[in-house]
Design a protein. Structure first.
Length: 320
C-alpha cells in the first residue's frame, strides 16, 4: 500500500472581511515557507479554498488564518493524496467567494439550518423533503444522493434562475434540503431560498466530503463518487482517491472506457469538447501537455499543469 504524502485541507467561512486584501502577503509568505500549494479566494464576504502540502505545513497555514479573530472558528475538512494535487499557490481577490451574482445575499447573517452527516439520511428519506443537489451537471454525473434533484446547471450563477423556475414545485414540499461538495454552495443557496420566502431550509454540514468521511459505506445513501476540484478528480467513502481522470480541455471527469473513445487526446480534448475547440487551440493544448510530460520526466513541476484551459461555458475549478 502506498502511503499518502500530502494532506489536503478544504475550507471556507462566510464572514465580513472588508480588509481582505491585506491578508494575501502573509498567507503567501506562510505557504512559501510551509511548502503549501493550492488556491484561496478572498472577498469581503469571507474566504474559500483548498490547499495541500506536508501535514505540518498545512496546519501552520490554518493556525495563521485562525490568528485572525474573525477566522478563529474556521472549519476545515482533511483528506490525503498520494501525489501533489496542486503545483503552485494562488490567492485571488473576488467579489464573492462563490459566485451567485444575487445582491443582498449574506450567509453570515442568514442561512439555513445545518444538518450533521449522521442525521442526513433520515432527513432526505422523508417524502415531504425536497432534496436538491446544488452542484453542476458534470459533478452530479459521477455521483449524488439517491433521489436528489439535479438542477442541470453548468455554473452556480445559473442556480437562482433555476430556483425561480422551480419555486412552486419546491414549495409543494414542507422542507428543502440542499447539499454540495464542501458546504459552501449549499449554504449560500439556503440564504437565497430564505430570501425567496422559504421557511424550512436545511443544508448538509461539511458537505458531501464530511458525509463520505463519517458515514460507513454500508449505511450510505450516496451513489457513485464525489468530484473534487484538484488533480485527484474524485473521491469515495473515507475520502479514498477515486478512479476518474479529467479531460484537460473541458474538465469533465472521464472513465477509463471514455478515454478509449477516438475523440480523446490526453491533455487536449475528449468526446464532450472535441468539436468545441479549434485546431489552433488543440495544437496549443498538445504542446502544453508535452511540456508537462517533459517536466515530469525531469522530476520538475510544470506550472501550467495546475490549471487546465477554460472554455467560455465552463465553470472555474474552484467553484466549491
Amino acid at each position: 500500500m502506498v502511503m499518502a504524502e500530502y494532506l489536503v485541507a478544504a475550507l471556507y467561512k462566510f464572514v465580513r472581511l472588508p480588509d481582505f486584501y491585506t491578508l494575501k502577503p502573509k498567507i503567501l509568505a506562510c505557504c512559501a515557507e510551509a511548502q503549501v500549494n493550492g488556491t484561496l479566494i478572498l472577498a469581503e464576504e469571507g474566504i474559500n479554498g483548498t490547499v495541500s502540502g506536508p501535514p505540518a505545513g498545512v496546519h501552520a497555514l490554518l493556525a495563521l488564518l485562525r490568528e485572525d479573530p474573525r477566522l478563529a472558528d474556521l472549519v476545515h475538512k482533511e483528506s490525503t493524496a498520494s501525489e501533489a494535487p496542486f503545483n503552485r499557490m494562488k490567492v485571488h481577490f473576488k467579489k464573492e467567494i462563490v459566485t451567485m451574482g444575487v445582491p443582498g445575499i449574506d450567509p453570515s447573517q442568514r442561512a439555513g439550518t445545518y444538518v450533521k452527516p449522521k442525521d442526513w439520511n433520515a432527513l432526505i428519506s422523508d417524502p415531504d423533503v425536497a432534496v436538491v443537489d446544488t452542484r453542476n451537471l458534470y459533478e452530479v454525473a459521477i455521483g449524488t444522493f439517491a433521489g436528489a434533484t439535479d438542477p442541470q446547471t453548468t455554473n452556480f450563477r445559473e442556480f437562482p434562475a433555476w430556483v425561480q423556475n422551480e419555486k412552486e414545485a419546491l414549495q409543494e414540499k414542507t422542507r428543502v434540503a440542499m447539499f454540495c461538495t464542501g458546504g459552501i454552495r449549499c449554504e449560500k443557496a439556503t440564504s437565497l431560498l430564505l430570501q425567496e420566502g422559504f421557511e424550512e431550509v436545511y443544508h448538509l454540514e461539511g458537505g458531501i466530503l464530511k458525509y463520505l468521511e463519517e458515514i460507513p459505506e454500508e449505511d450510505t445513501l450516496w451513489e457513485g463518487q464525489c468530484f473534487v476540484f484538484d488533480q485527484r478528480v474524485s473521491v469515495g467513502h473515507r475520502l479514498a482517491e477515486g478512479d476518474y481522470d479529467m479531460c484537460h480541455g473541458c474538465r469533465h471527469p472521464l472513465t477509463e472506457e471514455e478515454k478509449l473513445r477516438p475523440e480523446y487526446l490526453p491533455g487536449v480534448a475528449c468526446h464532450r469538447c472535441d468539436a468545441q475547440t479549434t485546431d489552433e487551440q488543440k495544437a496549443r493544448f498538445a504542446e502544453r501537455h508535452k511540456q508537462m510530460e517533459l517536466a515530469a520526466n525531469r522530476g520538475e513541476i510544470h506550472l501550467g499543469g495546475s490549471r487546465p484551459p477554460i472554455h467560455k461555458n465552463q465553470t472555474p475549478i474552484l467553484d466549491d
